[in-house]
Design a binder for this molecule. Structure first.
Ligand code: ATP
Ligand code: ZN
Length: 295
């Protein structure tokens, strides 16, 4: 049955834990897809395999992901920084993933005042994040009572269970609907890639390949490809406005005295630069999304 070839050939598979369902699930699946990784639609709801990358997916509750990664049941995981900070497991955070952005904040009934952490003294704080809240209280040298509850934290003040809550916020609409106001952000969070501390060299090599793809996808998202026509007498000024990857590509147009300029722009500097380009005489400006960016 066995021959040396079969023994030396490694069938290393990277085991990735992602949220089974909830706020991080769709974005985690989308990121893998953007990395060119196709996932089988197996009937098994706990596990799935990638068809074209040595990757196996485990679908778990987000709260359990740090523990599974620490234990090595999964090699890596996609999970919120808030969960990583709360669970305090012996794992490494490798890279931000750019989705699942939110903040963990303190909120109080809307008709009350908050001047600073000292106002929390002696108060009852309801939260699903007792570790992070305790750390915040210690840092600010305030004594308060932490009341751990696992869900629907925002109703706690209304039913007399607590004076203050500490919960995840993105838009603030849930707080508003419950008569609360956000008074103190204590942690900014997004989804991150975490890894086990003792990965084998083969697993590390696979992770490198995955990270390379993730970074290419992220760079592409943060950048736009721009094409424009420039009168040659304004070329120098227009090129000066474009940061570019190295330097912009300049091609002569069929029309005498004009050139076509191609470059890459950061998403966030985009509108500013477009206005300056127009003012400098650029015409026919096209801005197109980049699918992958390999630098
Ligand atoms: P699970 O069943 O996996 O335990 P859950 O109910 O704990 O799910 P979700 O509400 O799906 O978790 O949130 C998962 C993660 O999404 C959070 O831990 C956080 O990192 C992120 N997140 C982003 N925005 C928000 C938000 N507005 N409210 C809650 N979580 C958010
Ligand atoms: Zn959870």
């Amino acid at each position: 049955m066995t021959n040396t070839n079969a023994l030396t050939k490694t069938n290393t598979v990277l085991k990735l834990a992602i949220q089974k369902s909830g706020r991080l699930h769709e974005d985690s699946m989308r990121l893998l897809k953007e990395c060119g990784i196709d996932i089988s639609n197996g009937v098994n709801k706990l596990k799935a395999e990638a068809l074209n990358f040595p990757l196996e997916l485990y679908f778990l509750r987000d709260d359990d992901i740090p523990q599974y990664v620490e234990d090595g049941v999964a090699d890596i995981g996609f999970v919120g920084e808030n969960v990583v900070a709360e669970k305090q497991k012996n794992i490494l955070t490798q890279a931000p993933l750019g989705f699942g952005k939110c903040r963990l904040s303190l909120a109080i009934p809307r008709n009350q005042e908050y001047a600073g952490p000292q106002d929390l003294a002696g108060k009852k704080i309801a939260t699903s994040y007792p570790v992070i809240v305790a750390h915040f209280l210690r840092q600010n040298k305030v004594e308060a009572e932490i009341h751990e509850i696992s869900g629907s934290v925002e109703i706690a003040p209304g039913i007399g269970l607590a004076d203050v809550i500490c919960d995840l916020v993105s838009s603030g609409s849930t707080l508003f609907m419950n008569g609360l106001k956000e008074v103190q952000p204590i942690l900014q969070s997004q989804a991150v890639l975490v890894k086990n501390k003792n990965l084998t060299a083969q697993h590390e090599a696979l992770l490198e390949r995955l990270l390379f793809r993730i970074q290419s996808v992220q760079k592409a998202k943060n950048n736009k490809y721009i094409l424009l026509n420039a009168p040659n007498d304004q070329l120098e000024k227009i090129i000066g406005l474009l940061p570019g990857m190295k330097s912009p590509t300049v091609l002569p147009l069929a029309q005498e005295g004009w050139s076509s300029v191609h470059s890459v722009l950061k998403e966030n500097e985009f509108w500013d630069i477009i206005e300056q380009l127009k003012a400098a005489g650029a015409q026919g400006i096209l801005v197109v999304p980049i699918e992958k960016m390999i630098l």
